[in-house]
Design a protein around this ligand. Structure first.
Ligand SMILES: Cc1cc2nc3c(=O)[nH]c(=O)nc-3n(C[C@H](O)[C@H](O)[C@H](O)COP(=O)(O)OP(=O)(O)OC[C@H]3O[C@@H](n4cnc5c(N)ncnc54)[C@H](O)[C@@H]3O)c2cc1C
Length: 484
């Protein structure tokens, strides 16, 4: 009997789900019609690489971390293995902006704590008093309770305010665009909790992890990045990250993907013998035996509201932040700074327009010709919603002022591309894991239904891929059981 599965949302999670649904159905001999409905004009969601003249711009994400293997494994499975590129071997360092100075992140420092003592003692990033407070971590006792704690509370408690303001907030903020006083440590960086639980002191745990990694002892790979940033863990694709969603689209059955198709709601069919779900777009109803909802949680909440109000309520409980990327092209000779790194982060206490900045053409080869520099700025996030709201001109002026202060660049860029990503970054606030467990519980009660996307099990591309693949496995198992 022919079945139909509908995937709502063609971001990377929805595309990974669609691809895997198709593969698994074929492997298991299921006759499955696949429909992928995407409200936007193109697939890929926030992944959006584009060429402008002789530069290759990433308007959304620019890197995949391979420590979480699912995105790289998918690239290899779909024939993109030889199109993977690593970060440039030179200039593998990043900076933190304090005042008008870029301070290198000390070697072996990871997010909030050092794994190497000499670079930490020598760094100009922290004051003497700040370093002394961080060193107190060596003697402070473990926390006695096990409740979820915010990143801000955790770092202030173990390492002090300066470690939070100058390192953890901007570095973690760069990944989660989050408010550290709301961000759940357990949901985002459980390894630091584990370090405290096992070793008591984070610094001792980091030093031990680095020694194990250096000695190649068991578990070293898992603890590798805890020993310091490892730029070799980041990859992209030769023509930008959009190569991945584009290839997934090519592999879908012909006609499966329908762009510019906004799903308004899905409803359950209770008529015996009929398909379980009806998916309503503007003007069309599509019956489906299985549905994968792979939109941001707030969009999913609207879509599922009439069929599962409690699930919708919980999905709406996940906050989102908006952020913008601004790609700027400069002539190399117009930037006096050596650009001897991959970019910098800006602590919120500095109150600049910029949250972070990537020297894109230094980080990856082939992004700009040798006489040009491609710089990508981040603006907005949970702490600076008003910066995200700025009109284009003010945003560009603010960024140019920051780049003037920090890179001494006075010349105007030859090209500026602003990309706004409204309510695109799920906020893993304190209590996130419990909320997600409740959501998965509610979703699990709905037959032939699965959720996927960055809101649930990790914000990055690898976790989004995994969430789509897990949803597909669940739906195919359900369909194969014949209960669909
Ligand atoms: C600016 C930025 C930079 C980032 N940088 C990185 C990075 O370098 N590395 C990394 O790993 N991660 C990064 N991330 C995070 C990562 O890119 C995303 O979390 C991931 O791509 C999300 O994929 P997704 O499929 O869950 O969601 P999305 O990409 O948001 O896709 C959801 C899709 O659903 C569609 N949709 C919504 N409503 C409907 C509807 N009613 N009907 C039909 N379709 C609908 C949307 O149009 C969209 O295409 C970044 C994110 C942003 C915003």
């Amino acid at each position: 009997m022919r079945r139909r599965a509908v995937v709502v949302g063609a971001g990377i999670a929805g595309l990974a789900a669609a691809y895997r649904l198709d593969r698994l159905a074929k492997q298991r001999g299921l006759d499955l019609e696949l429909v992928v409905l995407e409200s936007g004009a193109r697939a890929g969601g926030v992944i959006d690489s584009t060429r402008r003249d002789d530069c290759l711009l990433e308007l959304g994400p620019d890197s995949i971390i391979t420590e979480k293997p699912w995105a790289r494994a998918l690239c290899e499975e779909i024939g993109l293995g030889d199109r993977i590129i690593g970060t440039s071997p030179d200039c593998r360092q990043s900076f933190v902006a304090l005042g008008n100075t870029l301070h290198p992140i000390p070697e072996g420092f990871y997010m909030m704590a050092p794994s190497r003592l000499t670079p930490f003692v020598k760094t100009s990033l922290f004051s003497l008093a700040g370093k002394a407070r961080m060193a107190l971590d060596l003697v402070l006792p473990r926390r006695s309770t096990d409740t979820d704690e915010s990143l801000g509370d955790f770092v202030r408690r173990r390492l002090g305010r300066e470690a939070l303001e100058r390192a953890a907030q901007p570095m973690v903020g760069g990944v989660y665009t989050a408010d550290p006083d709301k961000l759940s440590l357990r949901a985002t960086m459980p390894r630091f909790l584990e370090m405290e639980r096992k070793h008591r002191s984070l610094i001792l745990a980091m030093v031990a992890a680095r020694r194990r990694a250096a000695g190649g002892a068991g578990g070293a790979a898992a603890e590798g990045s805890a020993a310091g940033p490892r730029y070799s863990l980041f990859i992209s694709l030769d023509k930008g990250l959009s190569v991945l969603p584009e290839r997934l689209c090519e592999l879908l059955p012909a006609g499966a993907l329908r762009t510019r198709t906004m799903v308004e709601r899905i409803e359950r069919n209770d008529t015996p013998g009929s398909a379980r779900w009806s998916v309503h777009t503007l003007g069309e109803r599509i019956d489906a035996d299985a549905v994968c909802l792979a939109t941001p949680a707030h969009a999913g909440a609207r879509i599922i509201e009439s069929a599962a109000p409690e699930l919708a309520r919980s999905l709406n409980g996940i906050d989102y932040a908006s952020s913008a990327t601004v790609n700027l092209v400069y002539r190399r000779k117009d930037i006096p700074h050596a650009l001897d790194g991959f970019g910098f982060v800006v602590p919120a206490v500095e109150k600049r327009t910029l949250l972070a900045c990537t020297f894109s053409s230094v980080k990856y080869a082939g992004r700009a010709p040798a006489d040009k520099v491609l710089i990508r700025a981040f603006v907005g996030g949970a702490l600076f919603p008003e910066a995200y709201e700025m009109p284009d001109e003010r945003m560009t002026t603010g960024i140019r002022k920051d780049l003037g202060d920090l890179l001494c660049v006075r010349a105007a860029p030859s090209d500026v591309v602003i990309s706004r990503w409204p309510r695109s970054m799920p906020q893993y606030n304190v209590g996130h894991l419990e909320r997600v467990a409740h959501i998965q519980d509610e979703a699990g009660r709905l037959p032939g239904f699965a959720l996927a996307g960055a809101a649930f099990g990790g914000v990055g591309i690898p976790d989004s891929v995994r969430s789509g693949e897990t949803a597909a496995e669940r739906l195919v198992t359900d369909l194969a059981r014949g209960s669909g």
